[in-house]
Design a protein around this ligand. Structure first.
Ligand SMILES: [Zn+2]
Length: 864
């Protein structure tokens, strides 16, 4: 799956993570409550060798009916009965070897009993007739009153364990089977599934068409797919492999823009992995209302139609990360599949790292470093503000909970560190060995480690132990000194993380670069093993800058105090953009006039947009008049992502009319980039300029890719704290408005409710019924909204959402909200209790004092 957080991804691109996802930083807490038990992989009593699904789709009644036929082989002697997963399916008959057999259907399981027990290896065909009106697994989408233009489509989503909602099956990754899907759909529709198209037939009298797909390479159940709708087909090729894009008619240009690099990526991955693309074709089907970014169904990926975009969006938005991710899964996930979800980083960490590898190939080292930096940002956010867990972890309530930033982003970063640890040649040799040795099989992390050890001769216990089975990361402090007499540079590296059973000391291969005044570097590769490790290098003169891990390969935090001169040198001369950018960030914290001047130069002249963007962000941190002057110059930078950062930084100048004017001018004039306009709208709101609200109201009229402009204008209105935003927020969160604008409007209402007490009850009443909204994104946004409002009234609707929603991600988020709000509530209650206690104590104190006074009076010698 691509990051179940396509929305977050957009927001990360856009910088204001919170405004769009509502994921509140809450401080690190346990990943799971203590009572959650480990999940062990499932036992199998039979091997499913082939599954044939014959299915008719009734779009009007949103119903399916058909037969699933399994060819099974007993694993041990005496197989008398077999259990299938069958959730909310109505089973009408079961046959084994053509003869009707007894079956029982209860608790989302189907149990069939054979007439005669099978011996080990004994095969039989089990055919199951069934029908369903699926609520999960298979989704019908189509127009309604709110969205009359929505196309009629159906698509499936098996991962993690939802295939059982659309066909009876063994629904766990540790079985691999060939598969066949024979789907009957309305005659105008195309049905796409795994493998090769065997036949497509037309029944003129029934006005239906039947598509017969057959997939010959065994794969796991969750990868079986069916997408149906009225599609235009774009045909492409990668060598001998047919490459197809199925999209809504009329969107062909947008589709080419989104998916057009697919053939190049296939060829690149084949070269990198050394294993040819293994299936009959590679299709990408773009569907409406998809609940993930993409899903790597074998040879037939499902993609969200949202990734298709126009030429204006293409200026600074690309679908390549999504496309590369799903394509990489065709090897990592589909050809080799995690045996159980606790090892799912072997799917997701790999796909995420291969996104970065394609970026490195296509756009070069600096963009690659930015890609990994974004991965680090995602991981650190989760680790620092939500929870920490080992990458391989079997304690979860629903498997989807594991599909987080530890699995994707940290998994990717661990592969990158493994690459740096072993070197490029051995890394890719080992990946090839892992892939060829285990192709067509289920894998666990030990398989990867063994392949790396066999290919490199290294023992990697320490590496996998510290990065995969334990949790956390090194927290590093670096200091340096120079002994002028002996011409020795000393670099001291301390690991300051708190160690425990879960987090150890790390063993790290790392580069230390010593830079002279001309920017020339001597680089040393060292291994840090100790809590405090001192490295001494012979050096003709004092280095002007010492850089630890100059390419930012390690997952770590770093404290390394160096003077402004060293930072300025790094900002001007570091060969990697990521190093210049780090210097820009620190100069922003330093904040002197000299730093401001250096940042201005970098913002205006650096050759890489990312450094320009970070220099602008640093100027926003400094927030002086000189910084403002520089940023106003920066509004005309050429790269849209650099401009985006400039306008965002201008938003840091609260109640500053010049910053507000500069932003208003961008909005007035318009920018070639949707995203720059969007960011300007949010930043203008943040300035809280008195004219901002009226300007944002005008911006609300502008349509844009994925509603980025409206969404940011709504977020900007919330920032103004203007009560007029309530009516607008209500209007834009209504069913029928574009879903992403609705999500943003909910965020607006939540923020206003938090800051405007009198409006709170009204807004809570308004938001509460949205827990039953038909739109996934809207329900997903609610827990964050209620967390922000921070009112105990939110507990009841969020408890109901946690219990009733069918989506595991929404359940988890709603549970988090309930926990946070209950804590808030218990703090209030505890406060009340303490106040009560205090009153009682005061009362007692008063009485004691009175008695004391009386006693004193009595004991006083009588005068007279
Ligand atoms: Zn994925």
């Amino acid at each position: 799956m691509h990051k179940p957080r396509f929305l977050d991804q957009m927001a990360l691109d856009l910088g204001d993570h919170y405004a769009f996802t509502g994921r509140f930083a809450r401080g690190r807490r346990p990943f799971q409550p203590a009572h959650v038990e480990p999940n062990w992989p499932r036992d199998r009593s039979a091997e499913i060798k082939h599954i044939k699904i014959e299915l008719a789709l009734d779009f009007e009644r949103r119903r399916i009916a058909g037969t699933a036929t399994h060819r099974i082989a007993a694993i041990a002697d005496g197989l008398a009965a077999l259990e299938f997963d069958a959730a909310e399916l109505a089973i009408s008959a079961v046959r084994a070897g053509g003869e009707p057999i007894a079956f029982e259907s209860a608790d989302n399981k189907l149990r069939v009993t054979f007439a005669r027990a099978l011996a080990a290896g004994g095969e039989i065909e089990v055919a199951i007739d069934y029908s369903a009106t699926p609520r999960r697994g298979l989704y019908f989408v189509g127009p309604d009153d709110g969205y009359p233009d929505k196309p009629v489509q159906a698509w499936t989503q098996g991962e993690d364990e939802d295939s059982r909602y659309w066909f009876p099956c063994y629904d766990y990754p540790n079985n691999r089977t060939t598969s066949e899907v024979i789907a009957t759909v309305p005659e105008k529709f195309t049905a796409v599934s795994n493998g090769a198209l065997v036949a497509a037939t037309h029944d003129a009298s029934a006005r239906t068409r039947t598509f017969h797909w057959r997939h010959e390479v065994p794969h796991s159940t969750y990868l079986i797919t069916l997408c149906a709708g009225e599609f235009a087909t774009i045909e492409d090729r990668a060598g001998a492999t047919p490459v197809l894009y199925y999209v809504q008619p009329g969107r062909e240009d947008d589709a080419r823009r989104a998916f057009g690099n697919t053939p190049k990526m296939i060829e690149f991955f084949e070269r990198r992995i050394g294993v040819a693309y293994p299936y009959a074709k590679y299709a990408q089907v773009a569907v409406s209302d998809f609940i993930f970014g993409g899903m790597e169904n074998t040879s037939a990926t499902t993609q969200t139609a949202d990734t298709m975009h126009d030429a204006r969006a293409h200026l600074d938005f690309k679908s390549d990360p999504l496309v590369a991710h799903e394509l990489a899964h065709q090897w990592w996930g589909d050809l080799l599949t995690c045996r159980d979800w606790s090892h799912a980083w072997l799917n997701e960490g790999f796909a995420t790292y291969f996104e970065a590898l394609w970026c490195e190939e296509n756009l070069g080292a600096d963009e690659f470093a930015w890609n990994l930096r974004q991965d680090r940002g995602g991981y650190f956010e989760e680790d620092g503000h939500h929870y920490r867990r080992p990458i391989v972890c079997n304690r979860y309530r629903a498997p989807i909970e594991l599909f987080d930033r530890h699995l994707y982003e940290k998994g990717s970063l661990v592969l990158h560190m493994l690459r740096r640890e072993t070197g490029d040649a051995l890394f890719f040799k080992a990946l090839n060995l892992y892939c060829t040795r285990h192709r067509g099989r289920n894998v666990i992390t030990q398989d990867l480690q063994h392949a790396f050890e066999d290919a490199t001769g290294r023992n990697l216990d320490f590496f996998f132990d510290q990065w995969v089975y334990k949790e956390g990361h090194p927290e590093i402090e670096v200091s340096s000194a120079f002994d002028d007499k002996r011409k020795l540079a000393t670099v001291t590296v301390k690991q300051t993380q708190k160690t425990s059973e879960a987090v150890g000391l790390f063993r790290l291969s790392v580069t230390i670069a010593l830079m002279d005044g001309e920017g020339r570097e001597t680089r040393h590769r060292v291994e840090v093993r100790e809590r405090e490790h001192v490295f001494v290098f012979a050096c003709g003169q004092a280095p002007k800058a010492v850089r630890f891990d100059p390419e930012h390969d390690l997952v770590k935090t770093l404290k390394h105090k160096r003077g402004r001169e060293a930072l300025e040198l790094e900002l001007a001369r570091a060969p990697e953009a990521i190093g210049r950018s780090a210097a820009a960030h620190e100069l922003g914290l330093e904040g002197s006039p000299q730093a401001t001047a250096a940042l201005r130069t970098a913002m205006l002249t650096d050759g890489f947009w990312g450094v320009q963007a970070d220099a602008a962000a640093a100027l926003g941190e400094i927030r002086t008049e000189a910084a403002l002057e520089a940023l106003i110059e920066g509004v005309s930078l050429a790269h849209p992502k650099a401009r985006r950062s400039v306008v965002r930084a201008l938003g840091a100048f609260r109640a500053n009319s010049r910053a507000a004017e500069a932003l208003a001018a961008v909005l007035e004039k318009g920018d070639p980039s949707y995203f720059v306009e969007a960011e300007s709208a949010l930043a203008l709101g943040k300035t809280r300029d008195p004219r901002a609200f009226a300007q944002l109201e005008k911006v609300l009229e502008r349509p844009s890719y994925l509603e980025v402009i409206r969404a940011h204008a709504l977020a900007g209105m919330a920032e103004t704290r203007d009560g007029r935003a309530i009516a607008i927020g209500r209007e834009w969160s209504a069913y029928g408005r574009p879903p992403r604008a609705r999500v943003a409007a909910i965020g607006t209402l939540a923020r206003i409710a938090r800051h405007k007490e009198p409006a709170r009850a009204e807004i809570i009443d308004f938001l509460t019924p949205l827990a039953d909204d038909r739109e996934f994104m809207v329900r997903m946004r609610l827990p964050g909204a209620f967390e922000e409002i921070a009112d105990a009234q939110g507990i009841a609707p969020m408890s109901r959402l946690a219990e009733r929603d069918l989506d595991g991600r929404i359940q988890r988020r709603a549970r988090e909200a309930v926990a946070l709000l209950s804590e808030g509530k218990s703090h209030i209650e505890e406060g009340d209790r303490l106040r009560d206690d205090l009153d009682k104590l005061r009362e007692q104190n008063k009485k004691l004092q009175e008695r004391l006074d009386k006693l004193e009076a009595l004991s006083r010698p009588k005068e007279s």
